[in-house]
Design a protein around this ligand. Sequence first.
Ligand code: NAD
Length: 432
Amino acid sequence: MSGQMEHANLFEDARSHLEDVFAAIDVPGDARERLMQPNLSLQVSVPVRMDDGSLKVFPGWRVQYDTTLGPAKGGIRFHPDVSQAEVTTLSFWMAVKCAVVDLPYGGGKGGVKVDPKQLSKLELERLARSYIRAIADVVGPERDIPAPDVNTNATVMGWMADEFDHLARGKVPAAITGKPPALGGSKGRVAATGRGALHVLDLWAEREQRKPEQTTVAIQGFGNAAYHFARLAHERGYRIVAVSDSKGTIYSREGLDPDAIMEQKERNKRLHDMVYCDDSVCIAENVEKLERDELLTLKVDVLALAALENQVHEENVDQLRCGAVLEIANGPVTGQADVRLEERGVPVLPDVLANTGGVIVSYYEWVQNRSGERWAEEDINKRLAKRLKAQSDKVFERAERDGISYRKAAYRQGIERIAHAIQLRGQCQDSE
Ligand code: NAD
């Protein structure tokens, strides 16, 4: 998906979920007004000295959608399609998401419109540092805490954290999460989004009395979130029959081994160039190469969407043949497609619940940084599982009680919490 027009629609699409919440539950007028637009939207220029000596300036944004429940929290994306509308939409989802899993955070997001694949490693480091300098005034442990997102990772967060320390003339590890563990990053953060998505899938499967061994899964995207989800789901006994990346899909009815795929992908860079048996590592028997988007229409029990937004839309939704959808990416199903899936009785485990593992462990990183502690990975994974069980059960029970989709139940849970806090802050907070 690309283009400003589509991103503008994305924000309208995202906000349409608010209308459903406002119609269904008692949300006071002040909260309605506040939640319709972001608190703060900062556009910056991000100058980068290129290796050849020239200067390039990339547009960047940081948006804080709502900070009623706590400081803004959300990732930074480097991608050629980034736009203000996309960053705003992602910050809105972060606000809902943090509230759904009861974190003391508001929602934020950042992005730079750049193709990082065209940059050298040093250019990428200069970009990361330049971006954090540009937004530093609104960042901090009690204001806004960035983290990784698409095309940014622990290494990039390490550079940003270092730059922020220089600007602050001191150590402020809690200002940025998703850092390498040696710089105060939390154990378990890299796998947290995938691990969290698996917990949500497991909790749902248990309610449906469905066993992992009886469940086939196709995964769109094979990046950070998808790989860890695939690896852990495979260990649990789910059969991963297909995975795709931006170039193509591989499929095996017998099931694929995610670790072997990752090993080969690192060597060959794209799934479609893989050799299926190499150095005696066989990914699977009978692997087929399919067109990239054929993955979406495979007959599987669970379709896990872990690439980008707007992947299932009005034009392709009726071709889906999956039993359920798991949203690991943010906003992979458009509002219209979501309505259609609901009509067809296809359950969707929504992004604002299913992909919260990353932000939950980012929260644990922030708590560790603020208290000067380092927790064991086992402890972190236990806390993550406990929080997700408590909050997912509430969403599932509400959906069953009210006869609504999991997405509607999750939005009602999140927005209710934010609206309640807005109300408790009083009525004169913004007037002279
Ligand atoms: P990533 O850049 O590591 O991976 C993205 C993957 O999607 C890549 O493998 C890419 O090739 C693939 N892809 C892109 N377009 C595709 C297409 N049309 N079809 C198939 N594959 C395609 O990013 P990530 O960090 O894994 O994030 C993926 C999604 O998960 C994003 O929506 C992100 O916002 C969301 N998310 C990530 C985290 C996290 O902690 N990483 C947390 C919450 C949500």
